[in-house]
Design a protein around this ligand. Sequence first.
Ligand code: PEP
Ligand code: MN
Length: 352
Amino acid sequence: MRAKFDIRSWIENPKELLVIAGPCSVESETQFADTVMQIKDIQSVNLIRAGIWKPRTRPNGFEGIGEEGLKWMRHLADTTGMPFMTEVATPQHVEQALNHKIDALWIGARTTANPFSIQELADSLRGSDIPVFVKNPIAADLKLWIGAFERLSSSGLKYLVAIHRGFQDVNSNPYRNNPRWELPIELHRLYPNIPIITDISHICGCREILQETAQKALNLATNGLMIESHCEPEKALTDAEQQITPHDLKALLENIVIHKTNSSKADALLQELRSQIDSIDDELLHLLAKRSDISAKIGIIKKENNLTVLQLDRWNTILSQHLNKGKTLGLKEDLVKSIFEIIHKDSIDRQL
Ligand code: PEP
Ligand code: MN
């Protein structure tokens, strides 16, 4: 039996990579036990996930095994020493999960999208110190995600973690859900004390790109991974295309490169290069301020001479000149174009 992993201590100090794995859904006692018995032997897996209540887009599909599954979960937790987590979407789910002493909970993407549901969950969790993992809302709305953390912390919940599972988008090719990595990065910038783990299974939606997506998440300094694993993925009742066998899960975890957060040799080199970047940034800001002042002077001349603020020919000329120059300097066209669009917009704003 394994020594129990302490989720609360990890949340307070998320230094090591947290690995959560388990089936999308608990389907039967045998499927669940078979899967768990294989996953528990993978040392790098810290926590087992399994959905007991499943949010399905359309009715009449498999909607989860319900409370009975919590008994199997409790039994497997007691016999393996592994901690378990499940998804809650209503106060009844919370009550049942707490009654069965499930180790941690997660809130699904559809629930995070609804502030009424989040408030009900926060109210039903008041007084508990259970760790709660909050998936990003389906839509790319950072404020909704933040709002869920605010509601839960107002209820006194201290152990909170974010799960990045990608966002529904018109075109998310090749992913099932567009990762839009900039959103979890911004969440991390605003709330550095909330660890963020990456649910690569729901981002990818297929097995083929899981490995590279796991590595990408690690390169972007994720605090952990959530990966769906099933003893017979093709027969899974939910998310069959994206689940992997415990055997493949082990291989995936062995193939990832876990980065160090610091190294003294690299630190010295980085410090030198970063101070160069800092002084270049400072120069850029001074130049931008100078350019903006000149642009304001041009605005006065245009006004005095009754000229339009927008001079399309001039804008076309400078844009194509800069794009050409950028090309010779090895800069990406998109980058140069976006920068000058913003600068030009500022000039227009100052002259209006
Ligand atoms: C799940 O984890 O199985 C799930 C339903 O996820 P999401 O809420 O991210 O769609
Ligand atoms: Mn799933």
